[in-house]
Structure formats: structure tokens, C-alpha cells
Design a protein around this ligand. Sequence first.
Ligand code: M6R
Length: 616
Amino acid sequence: MCGIVGYVGSNNTLDVLMGGLKRLEYRGYDSAGVAVVTDGGAIDSRKRAGKLAVLAENLEAEPLAAGNTGIGHTRWATHGGPTDANAHPHLADEGRLALIHNGIVENFVELRNELLTAGYTLESETDTEVVAATLGRVYREVGDLREAFRRVVGRLEGTFTLLAVHSEEPGVIVAARHNSPLVIGLGNGENFLGSDVAAFVEYTRRAVAINENNIAVITSDSVVVTDFNGEPANVQPFEVEWDAASADKGGWSSFMAKEIADQPEAIANTLRGRIGDGTVSIPELEGLGDEALRAIDRIVIVACGTAAYAASVAKYAIEQWSRIPVAVELSHEFRYMNPVLSERTLLISVSQSGETMDTLMAVKYARERGVKTLSVCNTQSATIPRESDGVIYTHAGPEVAVASTKAFVAQIVALYLFGLHLARVRSSLSTAELANITTQLSEVPEKLSEVLEVGGSIHNLAHWMADTRSVLFLGRHVGYPIALEGALKLKEISYIHAEGFAAGELKHGPIALIEPGQPVFVLVPSPRDDSTMHSKVVSNIQEIRARGARVIAIAEKGDAAVLPFADEVIPVPLAEPLIQPLLSVVPLQLFALELSTAKGLDVDQPRNLAKSVTVE
Ligand code: M6R
């Protein structure tokens, strides 16, 4: 959840740290801090509660002393509220040592008691200060930062990425990772550490992924990675696929606005090289093997939040195309439900960040039971894909806004591609059916560009509804997870009570919520579909209208049947039922964005949230 950056080199250290923190701020933004090992052989540090801008303003008024080694942190509070004292870095060894942390140290009470018994005083409520003080104490015994760090890290339980510097060892940063992300950036005469590559992509696109339970020691011209016992460790160098400009707002009012607009390109990039000649080919799946895919008899998809809704949409398609049952489970529930797994189960994880702790733990749980795992991920070399047997990357580009948008549609498309691959391998679709669906997929980017044009009418609607206290969303079939996603988007960034329901569930309870003026978004299936779904949903609209609901229908262009019953109709382009969710979600994303903006809220950094949830 927190963002971590480290730098050793001859650039302006404070600028590098603050630039890195700005790009990492989406990971957590309730306080921030930096520490520099100064040219004068001391540690100079500053930390402030509030967003990074508060710290930046303070540093502008009074910059830190110059130095070529530094660490920086932006926090999402776990232990202790967002105060100056609880912000990182935490200092120890009489101000000679600074340490930052992402994660939770579970045995901190035991360590804290040891320190208190030994006469130490602690100033914050955090587990991190306890680690810093313990490291300072061990350092005084052994006089060597690497050795002290190794000893302390070996004692910690829980999850952590840690970075530490000591003024008696300038030019060195020691770092460790255990169930929490950390990557190294390789420069010329300078090296970087970051929670993700955004921390340093402005300076270098050469990166090294560090494995679990590894320690990295960086100087300006060396990088040494070992395991916790000091044995050399394998690392995976890689080239970052995107540049700093793709993680910038580029003139948009918010990252979310930009990312919504990016969706046609995100889909085009996710499809590129994977469909053509009427078929699907996903070279990344070779590792999983066609034989193994023919043998599976069940798929379990694990994910959280928006990623779980993407999985819920894809469930309909994968089952329809491959005739294999698909269960979608929330990652944090999965491990505790004693799931039925066998060697014929395939577990698919879906995660934009590839670092969501609950999802990572679900993947590990399945692997430990001999289950094959496939990751759908948007972040190169993130932990979850590295812990999986195969990966399909969604090439949506960096997603910075906390509210996920382009990753959502890209996740659906990646899962659809997998479903088609599976259907091809298992011959459950004819060549003509496969060709038809790939053609439909190839048309999605253009249709998405078209649906983005509804922005103006959504703007008016959202401003008109700015004082609304509750919004409901209804959908059937693939429209149901879209209703859930529409509600999540609204809650997340507008702080308005919102709930999504399966339209068929209405009469089983939720219709009691309808009172005069209650706004309800309804996802209307295509009238061209030969099922009775369209007429059923139109009946649902009539039922809620009769009780005073104000209905906003997201319906296919030219759907005349819905017009007499809806207060507003937002038209989306014609598409087959399984393609429609990729289009109908867009007005809901735009609505959340516009409503949040109308209320004057911070669209990209909503309260209490962080982009990637790296603690359980
Ligand atoms: O990085 P992940 O896709 O694993 O994140 C999962 C959820 O935390 C994420 O989708 C969350 O629900 C978003 N903030 C929703 O907009």
C-alpha cells in the first residue's frame, strides 16, 4: 500500500526522491517523508502528515542538506493514524539510521517489549519504528549495516519491504522484501529502488525484479542481491515497456479521466498479436501446455474489487465457449473456504497491480496444493505473475487513478482471449464461431471510442444528481457484474451510497428501497438478443418506475422499447451480448467521475483508499 523509493547517485537526491514519490503517491497518500545521508555524514530527514504536496511545500521552504543517498516513503496507515510522528522514515541509533517500510510486522509487540525492557523510548505507534530501533541496536553491536540488517530481517514476521540507510555507511542502501513488492532500477553511475518501476522510470527503464525473501544492497555502481542467509540470489532483469510520459496526466483533469479515455487503446494493445486470421494465439500460454488445458475440468478465478467484477463478466463467456464450469471467488475468502481443488482445476488470478496481497496468497495456496495457476496482470514482472505458471498481460499501460477503469476492460478482454484459446484447444467452438467472436473483439476499440462520446450528457446528469444520497444499479446476465462495478465506482470516488443488484433479485427484497425520486441505473440487454432478457429487464424498469424510481437506462442505440419507461436513456453502440459489458461500463465510469468532480472531491486519490492493497 505504501510507496517506497531509494536512490544512490550523483543526481539531486531530493529531486529524485520527490519525483519518485509523486509517481508512487497513488499507493498511499496519508503522509510522506524523505531522508538523505548528507555529504556532511549525517542523516537529514523530514516527514509530514497529509498528501505529498504538504511535504513538498515544507521542503521548498527549507530543503534538506545535499547528499548522494536517500530514501522516501508515501504512506497508507496500518499501525497508528496518519500523523507526523507515525510517518516514515523512522530514525534510530541517535538519528544516524533511517528506515522506511511497506507492510505489517506481526511480531512487533515482542520486539517492542525487548526494546522497552532495554530502556529504549519510542515516539510513534508504528511497527516500523520498532524495526528501526532494533536495527539501530543490532548495528551498534555488529558495526556493519549489511550484517545488522540481515540479522534483523531474519527475525521479522509478517509482510515487509524495508529500506535502510546509515550515516556511517554513506552511499549504501540495504533493502529487503518479504511478501511485499520491491524492484531495482539500474542507471549509469546511479541505482534506484522502488515499490514499482514508476519510482524511477523517468531515469531508467532497465529494471531488476527481486524475489521473495531477498536482500538487496545497492551503491551507485553495484547491486548485490542475496537471500536472507546471505547466499547469492537469482534476479530477473527486464526492460520497462512504458515510459514516464505514459504515467503522466498529459493535459487531462485527472488520471481517471485520462484512463477512461485510454480504453480503446488499452483494448487494442491487449488484443494486438493475439487475434488474427479468425483465430486466437497466446504464445504466453505455451508454458501451460495444450494437454494440461485439455485436462482441466474446472476453473476458479480469484480476484478482489473491480478485478473480481471483470472475472464475473468473463465467467459467462468462458463457460459459454469452453463448457468448463467457472467459479469466481474473492481472493480473501478463497483460502478460508477450504476450496475443492484437484490437479484438474485451473486457478486464474486477476490483478491490475499483480501485488494485491489477498490474491497473491490465494495463488500461493493453490500452488501449494498442486493446482496450475494463470495470472492476468497489468504490471510487468509483478509478484503474482512471477508466482504463477503462466501469465497473460493486459497491455493497458500504467493505471494511476485509484478507481480502476482501463484495467477493468482490459482484464475482461484478456480473460475472453483465454476463453477462446481454451475453446480452440478443446474444440468446443467451431472455426466459424471462433472467427466471428474474434471479429467482434477486434471491433471493440472503435465502439469504445464511440461510447466515449456520451460524456456530455453524463456531465449534465451528474451535475443534476450531485446532491443524491443513494444510487442503485440493476443488471441481468453480464449486466449484473457491470451493475456491481458501476456501484463500486460511485462509492469509491463520490462517497455516495450505491448498490448493484441482479435485476431478477429485485422482487426478492431490494425493491423495498425504491421510493419516489430514487435514481436507478439499469443495464438493458440488447433487444436483438433472442433470449427474453430484454423484455424481462423492461418489465423490471416498469416495476420500479411504478414505485417512483427515476430510471437511467444504458441501452443499445435504437432500442425503442425502453424509451417510454426511462427518464434518461444513454445509448451504447450495437454489440453482441458478451461484448456489451465492455461498452456499457463506460457511461458508469464517466458518471462516477463527473459526480465526484461535481462534488469537488479528489477523483484520483479518494479518502481511505490506496491503489494496490498489499496487506491482508
Ligand atoms: O491491483 P488489483 O487489480 O489486484 O486490485 C484489486 C482491487 O483492489 C481494485 O480493483 C479496487 O477494487 C479498485 N480500487 C476499484 O476501482
